[in-house]
Design a protein around this ligand. Sequence first.
Ligand code: PMP
Length: 405
Amino acid sequence: MSFDPKALRAEFPLLMLAQPPLHYLDNAATSQIHRSALKAMSDHDMFQRANIMRGTHRLAEAATAAYEDARARAAHFLNAATPDEVVFTSGATAALNLVAHSFGDTLRPGDEVMLSLAEHHSNLVPWQLLRERRGIVLRFLPLTADGRIDLAALADMLTPRCRLIALTHCSNVTGAITDVATVVAAAHGVGARVLLDGAQQVQHGPVDVQGLDIDFYAFSGHKCYGPNGIGVLWARGEVLAAMPPFLGGGGMVGEVTPEGSTFARPPQRFEAGTPAIAQAVGLGAVLAWLSMLPWRAIRAHENELLRRLLAGLRGRSDIRILGPVDLDARQPVVSFDIAGLHPHDVCQVLDRHGVALRGGHHCAQPLIRHFGLDGANRASIAMYTTQADIDALLDGLNDVVAVLR
Ligand code: PMP
């Protein structure tokens, strides 16, 4: 399959319909939705809408089959051993909370969970809450000067009490990709499980959870060209099977009596209540589409734009880029500070140029503080981003300085 950025952009209705044209560079917060997801969702609700699992009429059977097909597509995208390892959640945050509650319930006081100072709050606060509930110990891997997770510290910080290393696969602030092989080797040395927060990775191509040899993977649909309100927790089958339920309700039980209940096998054990059925179907459609794309060409396109953006920002003495400035092991997410200018003001002025940027702490306060800041501007590139988008940002920055200084 060849890759034509212009033709591909036309598959994202909002970008085509936006008037005046929009330079959307807030993809790390939410990417635009691909037409395959929109069509799958509207088809589902027009022709197959019913509750799943419990019905025996034809519509319920069609809806159940579509939902399970979406699970299989997610499993294929992640190269999971079986679809039963895929749990649908409302998003990455819910997936991470599920692990912190359910896997967390198997931990004992004094057991350790290793995080890093680069984590999104979604992979930090649930573990702090678990610390309150169960008396576990949290350890935080430090950061290198350029804001990468400092894996050189891992050997000294790991103890036999470590049960889990939970890290971001890719930082939502710096774009830095974590060296998973080093983490997994260290974790295996002490019998710890490995969780990756893939919220910022999956929009840049399929993931091979078996090849990575990890135990948990979490991501959200709305950041990978799919619907919002839906996400995935993947967990290794044997790990998932040993986890107690988190939420209770319909669909996750076997036998229920006033005295107690037995629980369904995974993944149903972790999907209490009516799930976001149409959204799951939409996510399945977009993951099937993503699984077929020519990723080498897309990466080359994204990297070319990243190079242009980094060069444009580096050419300005008042701008400081947070994180790695080379193209090695990073995704096209770039946060930067403009000396003396508040990110919210910067984003407001850029909006007048039709440039959508994000400013703030990006739900990663420890990482932002590492750079001595309260907030930063962030531009994030997607497969449909064009040179014109990058140039509109770089031009807009001249105006930002003229207006705000
Ligand atoms: N982890 C990372 C690295 C993220 O960037 C985000 C979203 N900003 C999340 C987790 C949480 O995702 P969601 O809000 O979709 O649950």
